[in-house]
Ligand binder design. Structure first.
Ligand SMILES: Nc1ncnc2c1ncn2[C@@H]1O[C@H](COP(=O)(O)OP(=O)(O)O)[C@@H](O)[C@H]1O
Ligand SMILES: [Mg+2]
Length: 211
């Protein structure tokens, strides 16, 4: 039995016995052909990144299956989206964990592209039995080693925290930057570039156009 559990900006998510089926839907405002291509492209991209993440043992869902169209079957992560629990939890500790995990992604040449707290699930790791943050939604992700792309990724995290968690965002973000600074390769340069990026303003469109 497939149950609709979430409707994101891009897709419908169904739960089917511990699997999530992610179906990207048509956007009627896009020309049909372009829309088809874009959906396939993003699904393929997400599948590819999930495979790489499995290989490096990153805390993200496992890809169960991808088909020729735009559907992905991915492991269901049992937990709550971070957006709903961040304020009620230790936001500094969680911020530190976010920074650590973004550093691992970047050290492996992966830019998430949409680092919001709706794209993070706080759930149980079935092996370690500990609660931790899982990253999801790699539809806007791409491979890059560029300092600029990494700095923009961090900037998007800041914007996401600021807009959805106005009370605590700064402490959480600073904790993320602190652990990122310790763990990410070239972090000095990336954090320096981040300052330039901040002074240039909003970057969401630029990173999306990068697809
Ligand atoms: N693997 C998963 N396990 C549990 N819930 C998930 C999983 N993937 C997605 N979800 C839920 O579905 C929502 C939308 O999924 P997401 O991949 O972010 O789609 P979109 O690209 O449409 O934003 C998430 O915010 C989360 O609540
Ligand atoms: Mg999402």
């Amino acid at each position: 039995m497939k149950n609709l559990i979430a409707q994101g900006a891009e897709s419908k998510l169904f739960l089917d016995s511990h699997k999530i089926i992610k179906q990207r839907f048509k956007k009627t405002y896009r020309i049909n052909e372009i829309d088809d291509k874009l959906r396939k492209f993003r699904a393929k991209r997400e599948a590819k990144i999930l495979e790489k993440l499995k290989a490096i043992n990153f805390s993200s869902p496992i890809l169960v299956k991808s088909d020729e169209k735009q559907n992905l079957e991915i492991e269901f992560i049992d937990g709550k989206i971070l957006r709903d629990v961040l304020e009620k939890s230790s936001h500094v500790k969680l911020g530190r964990e976010i920074g650590e995990k973004v550093a691992v992604l970047h050290n492996n040449g992966i830019i998430h592209g949409d680092l919001t707290t709706s794209n993070m699930i706080f759930g149980k790791n079935l092996i370690s039995k500990k609660d931790e943050i899982f990253f999801i939604d790699f539809g806007l992700s791409f491979f890059s080693e560029k300092i600029e792309d990494k700095a923009v990724d961090l900037h998007l995290l800041k914007e996401a925290l600021e807009s959805k968690h106005s009370e605590i965002w700064e402490e959480c973000y600073n904790a993320a930057l602190e652990s990122y600074g310790r763990l990410a390769f070239n972090s000095k340069e990336i954090l320096k570039r981040l300052k330039t990026v901040e002074s240039r303003g909003r970057y969401k469109n630029k990173i999306s156009a990068n697809l």
